[in-house]
Ligand binder design. Structure first.
Ligand code: OXD
Ligand code: MN
Length: 597
């Protein structure tokens, strides 16, 4: 497929170490993909689902000990620990290479090594970056074919250049104690071993498009962020773009695919999805704005909770050409199911099989022990092609990106953060991103749980020192002549009984409209110690049952006492991040404390 000497000698070296029986190049053709699907079905790696109900859809189960990303076993291997920082796990590259060599040696014996040339971003775009993943898993190949752009045109675009990201993946023994997800930013290299779970092995996603790309972005003057991208279309046809970062379990995919409330739909409002997980951002020289692309080509979404109310667009996207992982199986219908899909789980007499591959009785389900009693694993996934998404933006394949009007940070806070507030500017907005957090609630006791700081939702995904990453945000701010405005939202405020006050889902559009009005200077706001907050009457609640102006006032109130408490927690977190935290962040924190009094 190529004469590129850098690529060929690297593949030779990796093959000499892993010792596969044969090497097969993936060319991106449907014929080859179909042959691989058939092979995977013949070995039981995949189950082909009901062709009438779920055309071209498959089920896969990973090992029971291998169902999620493993942050504890994810490493940034920079020459010094200081470059990786205190938030990342670090091992010196020489030591890690030596350790990995032992694990990879002979790991592909009796197997095929697949060579996947892929592009993150549209080939030919200034944003695009090329990777090559070597893997011994057909499941990985088929997922990469959905999640990235794969094919001969990628290798042609690379030509004889050494400028690509090397990725080596071997399932090996799937030994959890020897599982390593490792990144060598200075060597453009990712090595993953002893896992077969998506987030650890689809190397284009978190490993490349966030960890390695964040490192490259700092070096090259752009940004790789854990953000969805959506376009909000007004009745006049104009579309404004927003990117948003949320920690997991905050409804990111739902927001990316939002369906406007009926009141707005009837008027002609629409939301278009550009991306649900990752944004690459660059300054456009012509208009001085920040532009975004989604480097991915599909969605690797959490299945449980996805239904025709929470996210009808995501559900529709999964109806064809989808690989389901660790969901529940209905053998009678040859279909899949997950908790929260509907109230009709497969019954034992339907041949219900849980995510572990065991017969399953839905009556044993216990919310407090989902892992052992649910049909689908709580982190079960669909890998679905973006092209099947009913609300896919016409700009999805844009070469130049979409102009970003607003950046939103969000978290899950019971009390502290109001429904929405706007930062005072880029530097303060960077501070707002740096203090992002979510609370876990101990549901049984109703007690407020621990606050986990998750700056810019990037805590597990920054490929270098978190303090330097914040500095990069500050530096970027100085390079964007017309920067987006930065906001914070919280859909998860609760009342005294622990119930959510804001309805969320499609109604979140009401908040997006205020945000975009602020970007256009169409509405004023109240200046508070934490930022600009809407006047209650500026959040449009027409057609919204059960929410009146008084409720909105409550949602927008600033709880000074909990903010003061938060300041101590932030300070402790900054101290943990360590000596690279920019002085500006401490100044913002001090200024916030002073404004709170
Ligand atoms: C994801 C994640 O899978 O953020 O997108 O964990
Ligand atoms: Mn994510």
């Amino acid at each position: 497929m190529t004469n590129n000497k850098y690529v060929l000698s690297w593949i030779d070296e990796m093959a000499a170490m892993t010792q596969p029986d044969k090497i097969v190049w993936i060319d991106g053709t449907e014929e080859q993909a179909e042959a691989l699907r058939a092979e995977a079905c013949s070995t039981g790696e995949l189950i082909k689902l009901n062709e009438e109900l779920l055309p071209n859809c498959y089920l896969h189960r990973t090992a029971v000990n291998d169902v999620a990303r493993v942050e504890g076993r994810t490493f940034i291997c920079t020459p010094t620990k200081e470059e990786a920082g205190n938030i990342n796990n670090w091992v010196e590259p020489g030591e890690m290479y030596a350790k990995l060599k032992k694990l990879y040696t002979g790991a592909m014996k009796g197997k095929t090594m697949y060579v996947i040339p892929y592009s993150m971003g549209v080939v030919g775009s200034d944003f695009a970056k090329i990777g090559i993943e070597l893997t011994d898993s057909i499941y990985v190949v088929l997922n990469m074919l959905i999640m990235t752009r794969v094919g001969k045109n990628v290798i042609d675009a690379l030509g004889d250049s050494p400028d690509y990201i090397k990725g080596l993946h071997a399932v090996a023994d799937c030994d959890a104690d020897n599982r390593y997800i490792t990144h060598f930013p200075q060597d453009n290299t990712i090595m993953s071993v002893n896992s077969g779970y998506g987030g650890n092995v689809l190397l284009g996603k978190k490993c490349f498009a966030l960890r390695i790309a964040s490192y490259l972005g700092r070096k090259e003057g752009w940004m790789a962020e854990h953000m969805l991208i959506l376009g909000l279309q007004y009745p006049c046809g104009e579309i404004k773009y927003i990117t948003a970062a949320f920690p997991s379990a905050c409804g990111k995919t739902n927001l990316a695919m939002l369906i406007p409330p009926e009141f707005f739909r009837k008027k002609g409002y629409k939301v278009w999805t550009v991306g649900d997980d990752i944004a690459w951002l660059r300054v456009n020289k012509e208009d001085g704005k920040l532009y975004a692309v989604n480097p991915e080509n599909g969605f690797f979404g959490v299945a449980p909770g996805t239904n025709d109310k929470s996210n009808p667009n995501a559900l529709a996207t999964t109806k064809r050409d989808t690989i389901f992982t660790n969901v529940c199986y209905n053998a009678k219908e040859n279909t899949v199911w997950w908790e929260g899909l509907d109230n009709n789980p497969p019954k034992p007499e339907d041949g219900a099989v849980n995510w572990k591959g065991e017969p399953w009785d839905y009556r044993t389900y216990n919310k407090a022990d989902k892992i052992n009693t649910s049909g689908a694993h709580p982190n079960s996934r669909f890998t679905a092609s973006a092209k099947n998404c009913p609300c896919l933006s016409s700009e999805f394949n844009t070469l130049k990106g979409v102009p970003v009007s607003a950046i939103i940070f969000g978290g899950r806070r019971a009390k502290t953060a109001p429904l929405v507030y706007q930062s005072f500017g880029w530097q303060h907005g960077t501070f707002v991103g740096s203090i992002m957090a979510s609370e876990t609630t101990a549901a049984a006791s109703g007690a407020i749980g621990v606050v986990r700081r998750d700056p810019m939702a990037m805590r597990p995904f920054v490929g270098y020192n978190m303090g330097d990453y914040w500095q990069h945000w500050l530096d970027m701010g100085k390079k964007i002549p017309n920067p987006p405005k930065i906001f914070h939202v919280n859909w998860f405020r609760t009342d005294d009984n622990g119930n959510f006050i804001w309805p969320g889902f499609g109604d979140n559009m009401r908040v997006l409209l205020w945000i975009l009005d602020r970007c256009e200077d169409k509405v004023d706001a109240v200046e508070t110690p934490i930022g600009y907050v809407p006047k209650a009457e500026d959040i449009n609640i027409e057609g919204l049952d059960g929410i009146d102006l008084e409720t909105i006032r409550g949602l927008l109130s600033i709880e000074t006492a909990s903010w003061k408490e938060d300041i101590l927690n932030i300070l402790a977190f900054y101290n943990q991040v360590g000596s690279h935290v920019p002085q500006e962040m401490y100044e913002e924190l001090a200024a916030l404390a002073a404004r709170l009094g």
